[in-house]
Design a protein around this ligand. Structure first.
Ligand code: NAP
Length: 301
């Protein structure tokens, strides 16, 4: 696997060495979670704020589930321009904001909330955007027309992945999930095919893209057991798990010569729309940023 895929590019220890001072007019944003200490979003947005010399702050907001709605409703009154929402609030945010876009509705979760000029809370989900942007940049040779895609998993992340692939024009998506009923629900929504979990390895025949959207292979979870014998040599393999960055399936796919794309870039790209709306700049995902966030991930353990 390349050093790029592993996020080992050299970087300054503290990110961009630009002024971090904020004024009384600083724009305020943050991430709401419980717990929130593990979140990489403050590190990520803080990097961009320094990189672009923006008068703003992005803070971790540790909010218990029972306080979530009250805190959300207070945000406009406190002058916040927006927030990200992470576990365990992503689903409850759907019903707690004033409106959600169609993607968030379909995915069943909100991860980004914009405070409008009128003080309303507009919810959206940027995971589908983050997924496809990361895939396009990590595997520029991949195109939707190259062939079917297999998506493993049928949770919230898989729904975002499937929506992104359908929007990109992939005409055949095969979804395999341990709980087949969940796969059927997504398949019905986007017009995909369902594959029994036990047949996932055989389903790789003839595909152009494999995406792991289960949490298998993640730190503390069981490994993803998958035979790659049927996987075409030209197929791209993307694991959206980013802890560890080099998962077992990526290592095995890279060893047999497949192009692999790790999950860290999805995390970075999904943050762009929020940052752009709140701070007025569509931020760049660079090698230096990847390395900076990667070090935060490594330090987190
Ligand atoms: P989720 O809603 O809890 O879904 C978990 C998925 O994993 C389900 O499909 C579940 O199958 C499957 N699974 C769990 N344990 C399994 C097992 N022992 N055997 C087979 N399948 C199993 O989680 P999520 O929010 O979709 O997230 C999934 C993964 O994506 C996580 O690792 C998360 O960190 C990652 N993610 C990454 C990004 C990024 O930016 N890179 C963004 C979002 C999520 P069942 O339906 O049968 O339970």
């Amino acid at each position: 696997m390349s050093t790029r895929a592993l996020g080992h590019a050299p970087s300054n220890a503290n990110g961009p060495g630009l002024p971090g001072a904020i004024s009384g007019r600083a724009k305020l944003a943050g991430v709401i979670g419980w717990p929130v200490a593990h979140s990489l979003s403050p590190r990520l947005h803080g990097y961009w704020l320094r990189r672009y010399g923006i008068d703003g702050a992005y803070v971790p907001l540790a909010v218990r589930p029972e306080d979530f709605v009250n805190v959300l409703n207070a945000l406009p009154r406190m002058g916040f321009v927006g927030v990200n929402v992470t576990l365990p609030h992503k689903e409850s945010a759907l019903g707690a904001v004033d409106g959600v876009d169609a993607t968030a509705q379909e995915i069943g979760a909100v991860n980004t909330i914009d405070v409008t000029a009128e003080g309303r809370l507009a919810g959206r989900n940027t995971d589908a955007f983050g997924f496809i942007e990361n895939l396009k940049r990590g595997a520029p040779e991949w195109e939707a027309s190259l062939g079917p895609a297999v998506v493993l998993g049928a949770g919230g992340a898989a729904r975002a992945v499937c929506r992104a692939l359908a929007d990109a024009g992939v005409s055949e998506i095969r979804i395999a999930n341990r709980t087949i009923a969940r796969a059927r629900t997504i398949a019905k929504a986007i017009g995909a095919n369902v594959v029994p979990w036990d047949e996932r390895s055989a389903a790789l025949e003839g595909i152009a893209l494999l995406v792991n959207a289960t949490n298998l292979g993640m730190e503390g979870k069981p490994p993803l057991e998958l035979g790659l014998g049927a996987l075409p040599a030209r197929a791209v393999v993307n694991d959206i798990v980013y802890n560890p960055i080099e998962t077992g399936v990526l290592r095995a796919a890279a060893a047999r010569g497949n192009v692999v794309v790790d999950g860290l870039g999805m995390l970075l790209h999904q943050a762009r729309p929020g940052f752009a709306a709140w701070f007025g700049t569509d931020p760049e995902v660079t090698e230096d940023l990847r390395a900076f966030v990667f070090r935060g991930l490594a330090a987190r353990g």
